[in-house]
Design a protein. Sequence first.
Length: 234
Amino acid sequence: MSIVELKNVSVIYESIAALKDIDLAVEEGEWLAIMGPSGSGKTTMMNVIGCLDRATSGTTIFDGEDISKASLRALTTIRREKIGLIFQQFHLVPYLTALQNVMLAQYYHSVADKEEAQIALDRVGLGDRGAHLPKELSGGERQRVCIARALINYPKLILADEPTGNLDEANEKIVVDIFEKLNAEGSSIIVVTHDREVAARAERIVRLQHGKIVDRGHSRRRERSGASHTRRVN
């Protein structure tokens, strides 16, 4: 089953077509990388998939639901409840600790839970850094806090926009290793990146150019010996 389907999707800003007749399906549990030069439509595609914007035309299906004509309020609800967003810029609240930044994401979703936030930090290897402010963390640690924040509400899809763009090689590897582990556990992941080494770790690479898909790539689905995506039971 597909977690995301784009059917004949176009996005036009004034007279400029940022995306042109895009057809793309991303399967549940797939790790997809989206690549392309600046201005190719990567961020626009991410905004449509991430319910940050609506397409001008075509059909967008997320988790089996046609959201093409959903209101902005409905898109916000879907994004909050089903999508974990990770950006190149960390967007952490500077006066909140790492633990509190993770709990903040829970606050907008349901009820903040310190224990669950701590578990999320543990998953990204920051269990002992929860009391630290962002300024006391390295760039790689701040990005891992962002990943923990994205995981806290057990999203159906993790969507990352240039997540390693501000990191050195060592921290890039740590972050991509986390993505690989999450994918092995069953998480659906879409990463927008310029980095070929990051993209090479994904199961499939889709390439954009001038708003069109020029290469859909070939899936390299990994064998998961009994791995499953652990989700919270409400």
